[in-house]
Design a protein around this ligand. Sequence first.
Ligand code: NAD
Length: 247
Amino acid sequence: MMGKQHTWALVTGSTRGIGKAIALALARKGHNLILHDRGSSKKEANAAMKEVLNEKVQCIYIPADVSDNESCLKLAEQIQKHCGTVDVLVNNAGIAKDRTLKKMTPAEWSEVIGTNLNSMYFVTHNLLELIPDGGRIINISSIIALSGNFGQSNYAASKAGIIGFTKSLAKELGKRKITVNAVAPGFIRTAMTDSIPVELLDSILNLIPLKELGVPEDVAHAVSFLASEEARYVTGTVLRVDGGLSF
Ligand code: NAD
């Protein structure tokens, strides 16, 4: 990306977990940060803000519901007012509501598709005008998009949709030198994976060539590369960060 001191990066869902690690990695590279989440914890937001400000960059926090177009329109309006541009957009916010298809309710299906996939359209469409030529869009998918998983048909469908979205957008925005890539994390230590029962965790570890779960910083480094000038010729790709689990 261009001269970092004046660039703004928006990372959705960035006050905890993988999103926070991405925000900190981009701040360390000199990007100013727009922190975002759904607005459920002031404490988390304040703590994340403090950590980003320690990196001596500018930082603002804007809550918004990524599954709601109106809310994303307001998010874009506030960003336009305070920052002018979004040079790096990382679509990271996401949820899981695991259940076998037989037992899955329409709400569990719609909530996951709404938060993980419809959000790609709502956030990116409303912000597109603010992304300058040479900008970066990085969407957080999952290796579950590639392999599927028992009890995750809603999640897998949403994350696979993100890959198709990413590749299409890479073709549409290439002439403006905007790169669009996806990162597909494997099993990463966060609130999302803390709830995996120990026996299941052991069997997962057996399948991972590197024999350990990843940490949020592993995903953050991959995103940081895709956001960099060095990655200018990389677009439409899916970068797996999974300890080798899915090849
Ligand atoms: P997390 O639950 O710790 O954080 C999710 C963030 O998304 C939170 O900040 C939350 O406020 C935000 N969010 C959720 N719903 C939202 C909504 N409707 N509007 C606005 N913000 C909303 O999750 P995490 O483990 O850090 O995961 C981050 C991303 O990485 C997700 O897209 C997830 O699917 C993906 N991922 C995680 C793993 C893993 O092992 N943890 C693996 C593969 C992919």
